[in-house]
Unconditional design. Structure first.
Length: 160
């Protein structure tokens, strides 16, 4: 299997499943721990595109649709900022899961993105960068540490 250009890749079923597993489903809006209202599988925007507000709710079925749309949007934003870098699909899946959690703007400004833009790309270094993203609100969170370790293993080609 060869690395391929990611420009046309959206979020795969593997990436969406990984995201869903780590985000978990919540039908009622909640504070994500750093002041962002979230609903469903970590969506920060409602189906109408407006930010999630306290009191918002979503059915499991609608949450899955929102997750898939959010993951595809994040994947497009990430592909746009990384440019023509060839990746294995499993590397891409790990990066999409990570970017879904940290946001495309932060992902695009990251050292991970810089490592992928090097000539030649530093693939192992980019995967290792995932392990640095374990804090929220200035403190390390066990759930983020587990998520990053899983994303790192996927990025390195291990079976999720």
């Amino acid at each position: 299997m060869d690395r391929r250009l990611i420009a046309g890749f959206g979020a795969s079923a593997i990436a969406v499943a990984l995201i869903a597993g780590f985000e978990g489903y919540r039908g009622k809006a909640y504070d994500d721990g750093v002041g962002v209202q979230t609903v469903g599988f970590g969506s920060t925007r409602r189906a109408d595109g407006q930010p999630v507000k306290p009191g918002d709710s979503v059915t499991p079925e609608r949450a899955v649709v929102m997750l898939a749309a959010d993951a595809d949007r994040i994947a497009r934003e990430l592909a746009a900022c990384l440019g023509p870098v060839p990746l294995y699909k499993y590397e891409w899946d790990a990066y999409v899961s990570w970017a879904y959690n940290v946001g495309a703007p932060a992902a695009c400004r990251s050292t991970l993105a810089k490592r992928l833009k090097e000539t030649p790309p530093d693939y192992a270094g980019a995967c290792r960068e995932l392990l640095r993203w374990t804090k929220a609100g200035g403190r390390e969170l066990p759930g983020l540490k587990r998520r990053r370790e899983a994303e790192y293993r996927l990025c390195m080609g291990e079976t999720p």
